[in-house]
Design a protein around this ligand. Structure first.
Ligand code: NAD
Length: 495
């Protein structure tokens, strides 16, 4: 294909070098608020994954023998560089992904937090030991890195999600390949410009842009030992089964349909503010976005009025502009899909209480869907079960917390569930019974800090060990148990 001379062509970073891909196909990277093309991203062929995997495999023995205390020095420097380039990184996220500048700053803060936690690897990676399991015999368990690992990332957090895995993988002594989403590859270009300044041994960390061909090459490459994936559930299921069939260690975080319950004793003003931020923050394109609000008893009327007002008055526009509270969704196809799901809800009998299907005034371009509230959504209908991944909140009313928990637990996903209440007993019952890996009590986005695992359940997660914190250390290491006998009669001998 011919390439426009005016648009920058993104490069891969393999074996410590920036290099142009030999891809046959390129995609435009587009600012979703303006539809302005920003760059062209190569859809790299399988051969370039092979080059990255070979470089990473060659670097592995060198990197593995670098003591953990030295390995983390590179991460300390990366953190300093990310702090220094903080505003530029946040600006890049907003340009390619559309979220507001403040949301992009939050995202980069979360990425940096994971680098900070991974700097504790010399302690987190320690094994265990026991002397004299039998007289004169000691046993201990050490953790060793796996080899080459890779991450396949989604579009909605281009700066943060690779950091749920990459700093831990490196600190544990693995070498690494990052495959960003082809829709938002610019932020990782910026991150790798910083990585390039670290003077790591070549091949320790590599960047390959691409889509399905590159992903399939990762899944099948014999040198790649472990794969982390974050994205939609159908792709998660595919990646999990193909990578596992190839004998790889694999963790796949999938889609979500997150419910929040509002009990009559909840503080409605606080609940409205928090659930609106959850449902409409990042334009609803967040795996921890509230998608269903279940009102119980008398909460129905007060909450419905308050959330409708908040949704209708939220300021939507270009995330770079001051005062904007919500940006666009990622593509025109996304907007069309969200709008058709709103229509599907209406066709299933819901009332479109606040309709976001018209663009905000002053924006002729851009993939905008404004906050939308659907009332009386059928709990048994398809919409109540479908991930929308846009700024749409469905209201369902039930008479008891038991009925609400039963509805939540009947869902296919289990990423997050939240309860709004002033009752400790209700809160305990909820956190005990709700089938979700991340629980919020008077919290709208129950995103775990970097020192806790990101614990999706059911079809929101395929695998065992999650990203972040100690789970990441376990995922990126294999244990070795050593049983050792040294005769005591030799102790008095001169050495
Ligand atoms: P996606 O599944 O379309 O893409 C994710 C990655 O998979 C991309 O890198 C893409 O190149 C690759 N890919 C896509 N289709 C593929 C195929 N057929 N074969 C091989 N590779 C393929 O997801 P997305 O649209 O980028 O992201 C949104 C989804 O991610 C939502 O479902 C959201 O819930 C989910 N998500 C989940 C979490 C979580 O922690 N559970 C976090 C963020 C996003």
């Amino acid at each position: 294909m011919s390439l426009s001379p005016t648009l920058p062509i993104l490069q891969n970073y393999i074996d410590g070098q920036w290099c142009y891909s030999k891809a046959a196909d390129y995609l435009d990277v587009v600012n979703p608020a303006t539809t302005e093309p920003l760059a062209k991203v190569p859809l790299s062929p399988a051969t370039e994954i092979d080059q990255a995997a070979q470089a990473a495999q060659t670097a592995f023995p060198i990197w593995r023998r670098t003591p953990p205390t030295q390995r983390v020095q590179y991460l300390f420097r990366l953190k300093a560089l990310m702090d220094e380039q903080f505003e530029d990184l946040a600006h890049t996220i907003t340009m390619e992904c559309g979220k507001t500048l403040e949301e992009s700053r939050d995202e980069i803060r979360r990425a940096i937090e994971n680098v900070e936690i991974a700097c504790g690897i010399p302690m987190m990676m320690q094994g265990t030991n026991l002397e004299d399991i039998a007289t004169g015999i000691d046993e201990f368990m050490i953790r060793q890195p796996l080899g080459v690992a890779a991450v396949i990332a989604p579009f909605n957090f281009p700066g943060m999600i690779p950091f749920w895995f990459m700093p831990y993988a490196l600190a544990c002594g693995n070498t690494y390949i990052v495959k960003p989403s082809e829709r938002v590859p610019l932020t990782m270009q910026k991150v790798f410009q910083l990585i390039d300044r670290l003077n790591l041994p070549p091949g320790v960390i590599n960047l390959v842009n691409g889509s399905k061909e590159a992903v399939d090459a990762i899944l099948d490459h014999p040198a790649i030992r472990a794969i982390s994936f974050v994205g939609s559930t159908p792709v998660a299921r595919y990646i999990y089964s193909r990578a596992a069939a190839n004998g790889k260690r694999v963790q796949c975080q999938g889609g979500a349909k997150n419910p929040v319950i509002i009990l009559p004793d909840a503080d409605i003003e606080m609940t409205t503010r928090i659930t609106a931020d959850s449902a409409f923050g990042c334009a609803g394109q967040r795996c921890l976005a509230a998608s269903i609000a279940i009102t119980v008893g008398e909460a129905r009327q007060t909450y419905t009025e308050a959330i409708a007002h908040t949704a209708a008055t939220r300021i939507v526009g270009n995330g770079l502009e001051a005062g904007v509270q919500m940006g666009p969704v990622i593509t025109a196809q996304s907007r069309q899909r969200i709008e058709s799901l709103i229509q599907q809800g209406a066709d299933e009998g819901a009332t479109v209480l606040v309709d976001g299907r018209l663009p905000p005034s002053g924006y002729k371009q851009g993939h905008f869907v404004r906050p939308t509230i659907l009332q009386n959504v059928d709990p048994a209908g398809a919409l109540a079960k479908t991930e929308i991944f846009g700024p749409v909140l469905s209201l369902i009313h039930l008479e008891t917390i038991e009925a609400a928990i039963t509805l939540i637990n009947s869902g296919q996903y289990g990423n997050m569930a939240c309860l709004f209440t002033n009752s400790g007993a209700a809160a305990r019952k909820f956190r005990y019974e709700a089938e979700a890996g991340n629980i919020g009590i008077n919290i709208g986005v129950a995103a775990p800090m970097a020192f806790f695992p990101f614990s999706g359940w059911k079809e929101s997660f395929f695998g065992d060990l999650h990203g972040q914190g100690q789970h990441a250390v376990e995922f990126f290491t294999q244990t070795k148990v050593i049983v050792e006998r040294w005769s005591q009669k030799d102790w008095s001998r001169k050495f």
